[in-house]
Design a protein around this ligand. Structure first.
Ligand code: FMN
Length: 511
Protein backbone atom coordinates (compact mmCIF):
# COMPACT_ATOMS: atom_id res chain seq x y z
CA UNK A 1 0.00 0.00 0.00
CA UNK A 2 3.02 2.28 0.27
CA UNK A 3 2.90 3.35 -3.39
CA UNK A 4 -0.62 4.77 -3.15
CA UNK A 5 0.27 6.60 0.09
CA UNK A 6 3.29 8.11 -1.63
CA UNK A 7 1.20 9.23 -4.63
CA UNK A 8 -1.18 11.12 -2.36
CA UNK A 9 1.70 12.68 -0.40
CA UNK A 10 3.30 13.92 -3.59
CA UNK A 11 0.05 15.35 -4.90
CA UNK A 12 -0.88 17.06 -1.66
CA UNK A 13 2.58 18.48 -1.02
CA UNK A 14 2.51 20.02 -4.48
CA UNK A 15 -1.02 21.29 -3.97
CA UNK A 16 0.03 23.15 -0.83
CA UNK A 17 3.30 24.33 -2.38
CA UNK A 18 5.41 22.55 0.22
CA UNK A 19 7.79 20.85 -2.20
CA UNK A 20 10.70 23.19 -1.36
CA UNK A 21 10.51 22.52 2.38
CA UNK A 22 9.43 18.90 2.50
CA UNK A 23 11.38 16.08 0.98
CA UNK A 24 9.81 12.65 0.50
CA UNK A 25 12.36 9.85 0.82
CA UNK A 26 11.28 6.40 -0.24
CA UNK A 27 13.25 3.92 1.85
CA UNK A 28 13.52 0.17 2.08
CA UNK A 29 11.47 -1.88 4.56
CA UNK A 30 11.37 -0.56 8.13
CA UNK A 31 10.89 -4.05 9.50
CA UNK A 32 7.58 -3.73 11.32
CA UNK A 33 5.40 -5.78 8.97
CA UNK A 34 2.37 -5.73 11.23
CA UNK A 35 2.34 -1.91 11.20
CA UNK A 36 2.82 -1.09 7.52
CA UNK A 37 2.67 1.08 5.51
CA UNK A 38 4.79 3.33 7.72
CA UNK A 39 5.93 6.96 7.46
CA UNK A 40 8.33 8.77 9.78
CA UNK A 41 8.33 12.55 9.81
CA UNK A 42 11.72 14.12 10.48
CA UNK A 43 13.28 15.93 12.23
CA UNK A 44 10.76 15.30 15.01
CA UNK A 45 10.73 11.53 14.37
CA UNK A 46 6.96 11.08 14.58
CA UNK A 47 6.05 7.58 13.50
CA UNK A 48 2.81 7.05 11.58
CA UNK A 49 1.61 3.51 10.95
CA UNK A 50 -1.07 1.51 9.12
CA UNK A 51 -1.42 4.29 6.59
CA UNK A 52 -4.01 4.66 3.87
CA UNK A 53 -4.23 7.30 1.11
CA UNK A 54 -6.82 9.13 3.29
CA UNK A 55 -4.42 9.11 6.21
CA UNK A 56 -1.69 10.61 4.03
CA UNK A 57 -4.03 13.41 3.04
CA UNK A 58 -4.88 14.18 6.64
CA UNK A 59 -1.23 14.08 7.76
CA UNK A 60 -0.26 16.64 5.11
CA UNK A 61 -3.12 18.94 6.07
CA UNK A 62 -2.69 18.63 9.83
CA UNK A 63 0.93 17.73 10.60
CA UNK A 64 2.83 19.28 7.72
CA UNK A 65 0.72 22.39 7.32
CA UNK A 66 -0.36 23.12 10.88
CA UNK A 67 2.19 21.22 12.98
CA UNK A 68 -0.58 19.16 14.67
CA UNK A 69 0.14 15.46 15.21
CA UNK A 70 -2.63 13.18 13.89
CA UNK A 71 -3.19 10.80 16.81
CA UNK A 72 -5.36 8.41 14.84
CA UNK A 73 -2.35 6.99 12.98
CA UNK A 74 0.21 6.98 15.76
CA UNK A 75 1.49 3.75 17.29
CA UNK A 76 -0.84 2.35 19.95
CA UNK A 77 0.88 0.54 22.80
CA UNK A 78 -0.63 -1.44 25.67
CA UNK A 79 -4.26 -0.61 26.46
CA UNK A 80 -4.37 1.70 23.46
CA UNK A 81 -1.78 4.11 24.89
CA UNK A 82 -0.55 6.43 22.16
CA UNK A 83 3.22 6.36 21.58
CA UNK A 84 4.39 9.08 19.14
CA UNK A 85 8.00 7.82 19.02
CA UNK A 86 7.90 4.05 19.44
CA UNK A 87 11.50 3.87 18.15
CA UNK A 88 12.61 5.11 21.58
CA UNK A 89 10.06 3.47 23.85
CA UNK A 90 8.84 0.17 22.41
CA UNK A 91 11.17 -2.87 22.75
CA UNK A 92 10.40 -4.01 19.22
CA UNK A 93 12.38 -0.97 18.05
CA UNK A 94 14.51 0.12 21.00
CA UNK A 95 16.08 -3.29 21.68
CA UNK A 96 17.33 -3.66 18.13
CA UNK A 97 20.96 -3.10 17.18
CA UNK A 98 21.32 -2.41 13.51
CA UNK A 99 24.56 -3.44 11.85
CA UNK A 100 23.57 -5.37 8.71
CA UNK A 101 20.42 -3.29 8.34
CA UNK A 102 22.02 0.01 9.47
CA UNK A 103 20.72 1.97 6.49
CA UNK A 104 17.59 0.01 5.68
CA UNK A 105 14.48 2.12 6.23
CA UNK A 106 16.61 5.25 6.57
CA UNK A 107 18.26 6.08 3.25
CA UNK A 108 16.94 6.24 -0.27
CA UNK A 109 18.38 3.05 -1.79
CA UNK A 110 18.56 4.72 -5.19
CA UNK A 111 20.92 7.42 -3.93
CA UNK A 112 24.64 6.67 -3.69
CA UNK A 113 25.13 10.07 -2.04
CA UNK A 114 22.86 9.10 0.86
CA UNK A 115 24.87 5.90 1.26
CA UNK A 116 28.15 7.85 1.27
CA UNK A 117 26.69 10.35 3.76
CA UNK A 118 26.33 7.45 6.22
CA UNK A 119 29.99 6.37 5.89
CA UNK A 120 29.35 4.33 2.74
CA UNK A 121 32.47 3.32 0.75
CA UNK A 122 34.72 4.61 3.58
CA UNK A 123 35.62 1.00 4.41
CA UNK A 124 36.49 0.28 0.79
CA UNK A 125 38.71 3.33 0.75
CA UNK A 126 40.39 2.21 3.98
CA UNK A 127 40.89 -1.36 2.72
CA UNK A 128 42.35 -0.37 -0.65
CA UNK A 129 44.47 2.55 0.51
CA UNK A 130 45.61 1.54 3.99
CA UNK A 131 45.46 -2.24 4.22
CA UNK A 132 46.95 -5.27 2.51
CA UNK A 133 44.57 -8.09 1.50
CA UNK A 134 46.01 -10.16 4.36
CA UNK A 135 45.24 -7.40 6.86
CA UNK A 136 41.64 -7.21 5.62
CA UNK A 137 41.29 -10.97 6.14
CA UNK A 138 42.84 -10.70 9.59
CA UNK A 139 40.30 -8.04 10.66
CA UNK A 140 37.38 -10.16 9.44
CA UNK A 141 38.84 -13.19 11.23
CA UNK A 142 39.29 -11.24 14.47
CA UNK A 143 35.74 -9.91 14.31
CA UNK A 144 34.50 -13.50 14.54
CA UNK A 145 31.90 -12.88 11.81
CA UNK A 146 30.20 -16.15 10.84
CA UNK A 147 28.19 -16.92 7.71
CA UNK A 148 24.60 -15.78 8.05
CA UNK A 149 23.40 -18.00 5.17
CA UNK A 150 22.79 -20.91 7.53
CA UNK A 151 25.97 -22.84 8.24
CA UNK A 152 27.71 -20.22 10.43
CA UNK A 153 31.15 -20.87 8.94
CA UNK A 154 33.81 -18.27 9.95
CA UNK A 155 33.91 -15.72 7.13
CA UNK A 156 37.55 -14.62 7.53
CA UNK A 157 38.76 -18.20 7.41
CA UNK A 158 36.83 -18.85 4.21
CA UNK A 159 38.38 -15.73 2.65
CA UNK A 160 41.82 -16.96 3.68
CA UNK A 161 41.25 -20.33 1.97
CA UNK A 162 40.26 -18.55 -1.23
CA UNK A 163 43.22 -16.15 -1.02
CA UNK A 164 45.70 -18.99 -0.51
CA UNK A 165 44.20 -21.15 -3.25
CA UNK A 166 46.49 -20.94 -6.31
CA UNK A 167 45.12 -19.32 -9.48
CA UNK A 168 45.14 -15.93 -11.20
CA UNK A 169 41.43 -15.96 -11.93
CA UNK A 170 39.12 -16.03 -8.91
CA UNK A 171 35.47 -15.24 -8.32
CA UNK A 172 33.53 -13.54 -5.56
CA UNK A 173 29.87 -14.55 -5.33
CA UNK A 174 27.01 -13.14 -3.29
CA UNK A 175 24.27 -15.63 -2.46
CA UNK A 176 20.98 -13.73 -2.66
CA UNK A 177 18.80 -16.73 -3.46
CA UNK A 178 17.04 -16.58 -0.07
CA UNK A 179 14.89 -19.64 -0.52
CA UNK A 180 13.79 -20.33 3.06
CA UNK A 181 10.05 -19.77 3.34
CA UNK A 182 9.40 -16.84 5.68
CA UNK A 183 12.92 -15.40 5.41
CA UNK A 184 13.26 -11.93 3.92
CA UNK A 185 16.30 -10.37 5.57
CA UNK A 186 18.41 -10.51 2.41
CA UNK A 187 15.59 -9.03 0.38
CA UNK A 188 15.26 -6.17 2.83
CA UNK A 189 19.01 -5.41 2.65
CA UNK A 190 19.13 -5.58 -1.15
CA UNK A 191 16.03 -3.43 -1.53
CA UNK A 192 16.96 -1.00 1.23
CA UNK A 193 20.75 -0.71 1.00
CA UNK A 194 22.15 -2.25 -2.20
CA UNK A 195 25.44 -0.33 -2.02
CA UNK A 196 26.40 -2.12 1.20
CA UNK A 197 26.59 -5.38 -0.77
CA UNK A 198 28.57 -3.85 -3.62
CA UNK A 199 31.05 -2.31 -1.17
CA UNK A 200 31.40 -5.57 0.77
CA UNK A 201 31.87 -7.68 -2.35
CA UNK A 202 34.56 -5.33 -3.61
CA UNK A 203 36.39 -5.50 -0.27
CA UNK A 204 36.11 -9.30 -0.30
CA UNK A 205 37.33 -9.46 -3.90
CA UNK A 206 40.37 -7.36 -2.97
CA UNK A 207 41.04 -9.65 0.00
CA UNK A 208 40.87 -12.92 -1.94
CA UNK A 209 42.26 -11.62 -5.24
CA UNK A 210 39.11 -11.88 -7.39
CA UNK A 211 38.54 -9.81 -10.50
CA UNK A 212 34.97 -10.74 -11.21
CA UNK A 213 31.87 -11.03 -9.04
CA UNK A 214 28.32 -12.32 -9.34
CA UNK A 215 25.22 -11.63 -7.29
CA UNK A 216 22.87 -14.59 -7.65
CA UNK A 217 19.46 -13.21 -6.82
CA UNK A 218 16.11 -14.92 -7.10
CA UNK A 219 13.71 -13.81 -9.81
CA UNK A 220 10.97 -13.33 -7.20
CA UNK A 221 12.83 -10.20 -6.01
CA UNK A 222 12.29 -7.76 -8.92
CA UNK A 223 12.68 -4.61 -6.77
CA UNK A 224 15.97 -5.89 -5.38
CA UNK A 225 17.23 -6.59 -8.91
CA UNK A 226 16.15 -3.16 -10.10
CA UNK A 227 17.78 -1.28 -7.21
CA UNK A 228 20.94 -3.33 -7.38
CA UNK A 229 21.23 -2.58 -11.09
CA UNK A 230 20.93 1.17 -10.42
CA UNK A 231 23.45 0.92 -7.57
CA UNK A 232 25.96 -0.99 -9.71
CA UNK A 233 25.86 1.73 -12.37
CA UNK A 234 26.29 4.46 -9.74
CA UNK A 235 29.23 2.63 -8.15
CA UNK A 236 30.94 2.36 -11.56
CA UNK A 237 30.30 6.03 -12.23
CA UNK A 238 31.86 7.02 -8.88
CA UNK A 239 34.91 4.79 -9.41
CA UNK A 240 34.05 2.25 -6.69
CA UNK A 241 33.75 -0.54 -9.24
CA UNK A 242 35.40 -1.32 -12.57
CA UNK A 243 38.96 -0.58 -13.71
CA UNK A 244 41.50 0.85 -11.25
CA UNK A 245 39.14 1.32 -8.34
CA UNK A 246 39.82 4.57 -6.39
CA UNK A 247 42.92 5.10 -8.52
CA UNK A 248 44.59 1.87 -7.36
CA UNK A 249 45.66 -0.97 -9.64
CA UNK A 250 42.83 -3.13 -8.32
CA UNK A 251 40.01 -3.82 -10.81
CA UNK A 252 36.78 -5.66 -10.13
CA UNK A 253 33.26 -5.73 -11.52
CA UNK A 254 29.98 -7.41 -10.62
CA UNK A 255 27.25 -9.03 -12.72
CA UNK A 256 23.76 -9.98 -11.60
CA UNK A 257 22.52 -13.53 -12.30
CA UNK A 258 18.85 -14.27 -11.80
CA UNK A 259 17.73 -17.59 -10.32
CA UNK A 260 14.59 -19.36 -11.44
CA UNK A 261 13.01 -20.25 -8.13
CA UNK A 262 14.62 -23.55 -7.13
CA UNK A 263 15.38 -23.80 -3.41
CA UNK A 264 18.37 -26.07 -4.04
CA UNK A 265 20.03 -23.32 -6.11
CA UNK A 266 20.81 -21.58 -2.82
CA UNK A 267 23.20 -24.44 -2.04
CA UNK A 268 26.61 -23.14 -3.08
CA UNK A 269 27.67 -25.81 -5.59
CA UNK A 270 24.20 -25.91 -7.21
CA UNK A 271 24.26 -22.11 -7.38
CA UNK A 272 27.59 -22.15 -9.20
CA UNK A 273 26.32 -24.76 -11.67
CA UNK A 274 23.33 -22.50 -12.28
CA UNK A 275 25.58 -19.47 -12.97
CA UNK A 276 27.55 -21.62 -15.41
CA UNK A 277 24.29 -22.28 -17.26
CA UNK A 278 24.07 -25.89 -16.13
CA UNK A 279 21.26 -27.63 -14.29
CA UNK A 280 21.21 -26.34 -10.70
CA UNK A 281 22.19 -29.47 -8.83
CA UNK A 282 24.70 -29.85 -6.01
CA UNK A 283 27.88 -31.91 -6.17
CA UNK A 284 29.98 -33.73 -3.62
CA UNK A 285 32.35 -31.61 -1.51
CA UNK A 286 35.39 -31.55 -1.39
CA UNK A 287 36.62 -29.92 -3.50
CA UNK A 288 35.21 -26.83 -1.79
CA UNK A 289 34.47 -23.64 -3.76
CA UNK A 290 37.69 -22.06 -2.42
CA UNK A 291 39.62 -24.76 -4.29
CA UNK A 292 37.35 -25.42 -7.27
CA UNK A 293 34.37 -23.12 -7.65
CA UNK A 294 32.87 -21.30 -10.57
CA UNK A 295 34.23 -22.70 -13.86
CA UNK A 296 36.67 -24.74 -11.78
CA UNK A 297 38.39 -21.60 -10.44
CA UNK A 298 38.90 -20.68 -6.76
CA UNK A 299 35.76 -18.89 -5.59
CA UNK A 300 34.31 -17.43 -2.45
CA UNK A 301 30.61 -17.31 -1.73
CA UNK A 302 28.89 -15.34 1.02
CA UNK A 303 25.36 -14.61 2.01
CA UNK A 304 23.88 -11.07 1.68
CA UNK A 305 23.58 -10.47 5.44
CA UNK A 306 27.13 -11.73 6.06
CA UNK A 307 28.42 -9.26 3.48
CA UNK A 308 26.34 -6.39 4.83
CA UNK A 309 28.31 -6.67 8.11
CA UNK A 310 31.70 -6.38 6.40
CA UNK A 311 32.04 -2.61 5.65
CA UNK A 312 31.38 -1.45 9.26
CA UNK A 313 33.73 -4.17 10.57
CA UNK A 314 36.53 -2.89 8.34
CA UNK A 315 35.71 0.74 9.11
CA UNK A 316 35.29 0.46 12.90
CA UNK A 317 37.54 -2.54 13.56
CA UNK A 318 36.87 -6.08 14.86
CA UNK A 319 36.37 -5.14 18.53
CA UNK A 320 33.53 -2.82 17.58
CA UNK A 321 31.62 -5.82 16.15
CA UNK A 322 32.51 -7.95 19.17
CA UNK A 323 30.81 -5.53 21.58
CA UNK A 324 27.64 -7.46 20.73
CA UNK A 325 26.96 -11.17 20.79
CA UNK A 326 28.81 -14.01 22.45
CA UNK A 327 32.43 -15.18 22.33
CA UNK A 328 31.71 -17.78 19.63
CA UNK A 329 28.84 -15.96 17.89
CA UNK A 330 29.77 -12.27 17.90
CA UNK A 331 27.74 -9.45 16.42
CA UNK A 332 24.09 -9.22 15.55
CA UNK A 333 21.65 -11.30 13.53
CA UNK A 334 18.51 -10.41 11.65
CA UNK A 335 15.48 -12.57 12.43
CA UNK A 336 12.13 -12.78 10.69
CA UNK A 337 9.53 -13.05 13.45
CA UNK A 338 6.30 -14.65 12.30
CA UNK A 339 3.43 -16.82 13.46
CA UNK A 340 1.56 -16.43 16.75
CA UNK A 341 3.32 -13.30 17.93
CA UNK A 342 2.04 -9.73 18.22
CA UNK A 343 4.86 -7.87 16.48
CA UNK A 344 5.75 -9.66 13.29
CA UNK A 345 8.54 -8.51 11.03
CA UNK A 346 12.29 -8.19 10.73
CA UNK A 347 14.40 -7.52 13.80
CA UNK A 348 18.18 -7.22 14.14
CA UNK A 349 19.35 -8.12 17.62
CA UNK A 350 22.62 -9.00 19.36
CA UNK A 351 23.42 -12.70 19.23
CA UNK A 352 23.05 -14.30 22.63
CA UNK A 353 19.70 -12.66 23.33
CA UNK A 354 17.36 -15.27 24.79
CA UNK A 355 14.43 -16.70 22.86
CA UNK A 356 12.18 -15.39 25.64
CA UNK A 357 13.38 -11.80 25.17
CA UNK A 358 13.01 -12.14 21.43
CA UNK A 359 9.51 -13.62 21.50
CA UNK A 360 7.95 -11.88 24.52
CA UNK A 361 9.74 -8.53 24.79
CA UNK A 362 10.51 -7.73 21.20
CA UNK A 363 7.78 -9.86 19.64
CA UNK A 364 5.24 -8.78 22.27
CA UNK A 365 4.10 -12.34 23.06
CA UNK A 366 0.87 -13.94 21.94
CA UNK A 367 -1.61 -11.72 20.10
CA UNK A 368 -4.58 -13.72 21.43
CA UNK A 369 -3.48 -14.46 24.98
CA UNK A 370 -3.21 -18.17 24.18
CA UNK A 371 -0.24 -20.07 25.57
CA UNK A 372 2.83 -19.98 23.36
CA UNK A 373 4.03 -23.54 22.97
CA UNK A 374 7.22 -23.47 20.91
CA UNK A 375 9.19 -21.68 18.24
CA UNK A 376 10.34 -23.17 14.96
CA UNK A 377 13.74 -21.76 14.01
CA UNK A 378 15.78 -22.09 10.84
CA UNK A 379 12.97 -22.82 8.37
CA UNK A 380 12.70 -26.22 6.67
CA UNK A 381 16.23 -27.18 7.77
CA UNK A 382 15.56 -26.27 11.41
CA UNK A 383 13.57 -27.56 14.31
CA UNK A 384 11.20 -26.67 17.10
CA UNK A 385 12.20 -25.44 20.54
CA UNK A 386 9.62 -25.87 23.33
CA UNK A 387 8.70 -22.98 25.61
CA UNK A 388 10.55 -24.45 28.59
CA UNK A 389 13.84 -23.81 26.72
CA UNK A 390 13.10 -20.16 25.93
CA UNK A 391 15.84 -18.95 28.29
CA UNK A 392 18.42 -20.39 25.89
CA UNK A 393 20.66 -17.76 24.27
CA UNK A 394 20.26 -17.52 20.53
CA UNK A 395 23.64 -18.54 19.14
CA UNK A 396 24.84 -21.20 16.71
CA UNK A 397 25.95 -23.78 19.28
CA UNK A 398 23.08 -23.40 21.79
CA UNK A 399 20.33 -23.87 19.23
CA UNK A 400 22.11 -26.82 17.65
CA UNK A 401 22.29 -28.54 21.04
CA UNK A 402 18.51 -28.32 21.21
CA UNK A 403 18.13 -29.94 17.77
CA UNK A 404 17.31 -26.68 15.99
CA UNK A 405 19.50 -24.17 14.11
CA UNK A 406 19.89 -20.41 13.73
CA UNK A 407 19.76 -21.01 9.97
CA UNK A 408 18.99 -17.97 7.92
CA UNK A 409 16.95 -16.50 10.80
CA UNK A 410 13.35 -17.58 10.35
CA UNK A 411 11.37 -17.79 13.62
CA UNK A 412 7.81 -19.06 13.59
CA UNK A 413 6.04 -18.85 16.93
CA UNK A 414 3.53 -21.63 17.65
CA UNK A 415 0.78 -21.72 20.27
CA UNK A 416 -1.33 -24.33 22.03
CA UNK A 417 -3.61 -24.70 18.99
CA UNK A 418 -0.78 -25.90 16.76
CA UNK A 419 -0.28 -29.60 16.15
CA UNK A 420 3.44 -30.37 16.00
CA UNK A 421 2.96 -33.28 13.59
CA UNK A 422 1.25 -30.86 11.20
CA UNK A 423 4.17 -28.45 11.58
CA UNK A 424 6.66 -31.18 10.66
CA UNK A 425 4.48 -32.23 7.71
CA UNK A 426 4.26 -28.65 6.46
CA UNK A 427 8.04 -28.26 6.28
CA UNK A 428 8.58 -31.71 4.85
CA UNK A 429 6.13 -31.02 2.05
CA UNK A 430 8.35 -28.08 1.10
CA UNK A 431 11.54 -30.16 0.98
CA UNK A 432 9.83 -32.98 -0.96
CA UNK A 433 8.80 -30.39 -3.57
CA UNK A 434 12.25 -28.84 -3.67
CA UNK A 435 14.40 -31.98 -3.70
CA UNK A 436 16.40 -31.82 -6.93
CA UNK A 437 16.24 -35.59 -7.42
CA UNK A 438 19.97 -36.18 -7.85
CA UNK A 439 20.47 -38.42 -4.81
CA UNK A 440 18.19 -41.29 -3.83
CA UNK A 441 17.89 -40.75 -0.04
CA UNK A 442 16.54 -37.25 -0.51
CA UNK A 443 14.46 -37.91 -3.63
CA UNK A 444 12.77 -41.13 -2.45
CA UNK A 445 13.26 -40.94 1.31
CA UNK A 446 11.65 -37.57 1.97
CA UNK A 447 8.66 -38.62 -0.15
CA UNK A 448 8.28 -41.80 1.90
CA UNK A 449 8.54 -39.79 5.12
CA UNK A 450 5.84 -37.46 3.88
CA UNK A 451 3.53 -40.40 3.07
CA UNK A 452 3.95 -41.77 6.61
CA UNK A 453 3.31 -38.34 8.15
CA UNK A 454 0.22 -37.95 6.02
CA UNK A 455 -1.07 -41.32 7.22
CA UNK A 456 -0.41 -40.38 10.86
CA UNK A 457 -2.19 -37.02 10.62
CA UNK A 458 -5.20 -38.72 9.04
CA UNK A 459 -5.47 -41.10 11.99
CA UNK A 460 -4.40 -44.07 9.84
CA UNK A 461 -0.88 -44.55 11.22
CA UNK A 462 0.53 -47.08 13.69
CA UNK A 463 3.24 -46.99 16.33
CA UNK A 464 5.42 -48.96 13.95
CA UNK A 465 5.03 -46.14 11.41
CA UNK A 466 6.49 -43.71 13.94
CA UNK A 467 9.48 -46.01 14.39
CA UNK A 468 10.01 -46.35 10.62
CA UNK A 469 9.69 -42.56 10.29
CA UNK A 470 12.43 -41.99 12.83
CA UNK A 471 14.78 -44.57 11.28
CA UNK A 472 14.22 -43.18 7.81
CA UNK A 473 14.87 -39.64 9.05
CA UNK A 474 18.24 -40.67 10.47
CA UNK A 475 19.24 -42.53 7.29
CA UNK A 476 18.34 -39.55 5.06
CA UNK A 477 20.22 -37.19 7.34
CA UNK A 478 23.37 -39.33 7.14
CA UNK A 479 23.32 -40.30 3.48
CA UNK A 480 22.02 -37.36 1.43
CA UNK A 481 24.33 -35.59 -0.98
CA UNK A 482 23.77 -32.01 0.10
CA UNK A 483 22.45 -29.89 2.93
CA UNK A 484 18.91 -30.01 1.59
CA UNK A 485 18.53 -33.76 2.23
CA UNK A 486 20.84 -33.76 5.25
CA UNK A 487 18.64 -31.24 7.06
CA UNK A 488 15.19 -32.11 5.61
CA UNK A 489 14.42 -34.58 8.45
CA UNK A 490 15.18 -31.99 11.17
CA UNK A 491 11.59 -30.75 11.67
CA UNK A 492 10.46 -34.39 12.09
CA UNK A 493 13.34 -35.36 14.37
CA UNK A 494 12.93 -32.34 16.61
CA UNK A 495 9.15 -32.73 16.95
CA UNK A 496 9.69 -36.40 17.71
CA UNK A 497 12.24 -35.43 20.36
CA UNK A 498 9.94 -33.05 22.22
CA UNK A 499 6.41 -33.94 21.17
CA UNK A 500 6.31 -37.71 20.61
CA UNK A 501 3.10 -37.73 22.66
CA UNK A 502 1.37 -35.84 19.83
CA UNK A 503 2.45 -38.46 17.28
CA UNK A 504 1.24 -41.19 19.65
CA UNK A 505 -2.07 -39.40 20.22
CA UNK A 506 -2.69 -39.43 16.45
CA UNK A 507 -2.05 -43.16 16.12
CA UNK A 508 -3.70 -44.25 19.38
CA UNK A 509 -6.81 -42.10 19.17
CA UNK A 510 -7.03 -42.52 15.36
CA UNK A 511 -7.36 -38.75 14.92
N1 FMN B 1 22.80 -19.58 1.66
C1 FMN B 1 22.34 -18.37 1.36
O1 FMN B 1 23.03 -17.40 1.62
N2 FMN B 1 21.10 -18.20 0.77
C2 FMN B 1 20.31 -19.25 0.42
O2 FMN B 1 19.22 -19.08 -0.11
C3 FMN B 1 20.80 -20.56 0.71
N3 FMN B 1 20.06 -21.64 0.39
C4 FMN B 1 20.54 -22.89 0.66
C5 FMN B 1 19.77 -23.99 0.31
C6 FMN B 1 20.21 -25.26 0.58
C7 FMN B 1 19.37 -26.44 0.19
C8 FMN B 1 21.46 -25.43 1.23
C9 FMN B 1 21.97 -26.80 1.55
C10 FMN B 1 22.25 -24.36 1.56
C11 FMN B 1 21.80 -23.05 1.28
N4 FMN B 1 22.58 -21.92 1.60
C12 FMN B 1 22.07 -20.68 1.34
C13 FMN B 1 23.93 -22.03 2.19
C14 FMN B 1 25.00 -21.93 1.11
O3 FMN B 1 25.25 -23.23 0.59
C15 FMN B 1 26.32 -21.37 1.64
O4 FMN B 1 26.66 -22.04 2.81
C16 FMN B 1 26.26 -19.88 1.95
O5 FMN B 1 25.87 -19.14 0.83
C17 FMN B 1 27.63 -19.41 2.40
O6 FMN B 1 27.61 -18.06 2.78
P1 FMN B 1 27.88 -17.60 4.28
O7 FMN B 1 29.13 -18.31 4.73
O8 FMN B 1 28.06 -16.14 4.20
O9 FMN B 1 26.69 -18.01 5.08
Amino acid sequence: GEESVKDVLERKIKEYNLQDTINIVETGCMGACSLGPIMVIHPEGVYYQKLTPEAAEKIVEEHLLKGRVVEEYLYKGDKGKIVPQPQKEIPFFSRQVKVATRNVGIIDPLSIDEYIARDGYFALHKALKEMTPEQVIEVVKESGLRGRGGAGFPTGLKWEFARKSPGDEKYMICNADEGDPGAFMDRSILEGDPHSIIEAMTIAAYAIGATKGFVYVRAEYPIAIERLTVALNQAREYGFLGENILGTDFSFDIEIRIGAGAFVCGEETALMHSIEGKRGQPRVKPPFPAQKGLWGKPSNINNVETLACVPPIIYHGPQWFRQWGTEKSPGTKVFALAGKVKNTGLVEVPMGITLRELIYEIGGGSPTGKKIKAVQTGGPSGGVIPEEYFDTPVDYESLQQLGAIVGSGGMIVLDEDDCMVDVAKFFLEFTVDESCGKCTPCREGTKKMYEILDKITKGEGTEEDIEILENLANVIKDSSLCGLGQTAPNPVLSTLRYYKDEYLAHVRDKT
